[in-house]
Design a protein around this ligand. Sequence first.
Ligand SMILES: *Cc1c(COP(=O)(O)O)cnc(C)c1O
Length: 395
Amino acid sequence: MNGRFGEYGGQFVAETLVGPLEELEAEYQKALVDPEFTAELDRLFRMFVGRPTPITELHRLGTTEHGVKLWLKREDLTHTGAHKINNSIGQALLAHRLGKKRIIAETGAGQHGVAVAAACAYLGLDATVYMGRVDAERQAPNLQRMKLLGARVELVDLGTATLKDAINAAIREWIAHPDTTHYLLGSVVGPHPFPTIVRGFQSVIGREARAQFLEENDRLPDAVVACVGGGSNAAGMFSAFLDDPVRLVGVQAAGEGRGGEGGHAAPLLYGDPGVLQGTRTYLLQDDDGQIQLTHSIAPGLDYAGVGPEHSHYKDTGKVEYISASDDEALDAFAALSSQEGIVPALESAHAVAGALKVAREYESGATILVNLSGRGDKDLTSAMAALQQREETTR
Ligand SMILES: *Cc1c(COP(=O)(O)O)cnc(C)c1O
């Protein structure tokens, strides 16, 4: 079946969405081979997003303890501060091609909503972002940013009033107006063709990073590491290395670190296959098929599902999936800031923490390329509070 990654993926949707999804897939395939589209996308990546982003060699983290050289791919330096803008600008351009002037999107922490709002403002599209009311209260600055960027924000009160409820609300709205509206999904999740399209727009990360790493080192890294929430920054990064003799490692959020229900957000470590939001993939669900509560200090990793491509890579062993806890991520957040002068997003701090674990397995002289998916300004308040609390409890 179309859009499968092994036994995962697919298109488990209402009848009314089959047509719009087919239209989207067809237009995406046409756009990929249309020189006008690819040139315009390249231009927007350069002019608006700030690509190519550099890679940065670290001098202390990893080197001091293990003699292993860490390199970062700097998606934190993109416009709006995270990799999500790559996909938002790409899909907004695709929607423009489809003649759809209205964009809807869902957001959890607000990062995807901000990227969508910025892309739509630049391209002159109308943006509506669905956000759970609980999330909106937790992420007030991003709510203000979206509004300032001209997006309409619809607060969702249903369910737990968080990300999965916002996704359901956005899907309902799309079912009602598929002819005029494009649903701009933010990660490699949901029904086919979204996992393929989002990976396609994020693959620029891996393409650039592989060429840059070769240019600087005359060889490929021993390992490539990225954090996995929905899995888009990792899918984009890994896509360039799938045929290389390079170890690929995805890092999921272990939260409190005990693996107990509700205490983490690591379906690839503790979940089982099931169907959620149009796709078959690993999920955190109870015996009745109810989606479990999740927890991570990183809002962008706090999700009960994961992209189907990663489920397939887990089963085949193409990618190794490990985890980093809230505490390990906080350590990496503080260390990267004070030792290397780079404040990472808490999501990206999971990738750095994972890379430091991987580094222990190598001899001196090995190299690890880490995708730094975003910058940490958005997390300052929560990270500083957590660090302070930790200091008080250990004193
Ligand atoms: C949203 C987000 C993530 C998680 O999303 P993926 O689809 O797994 O990439 C990771 N890092 C940052 C900075 C984010 O904003």
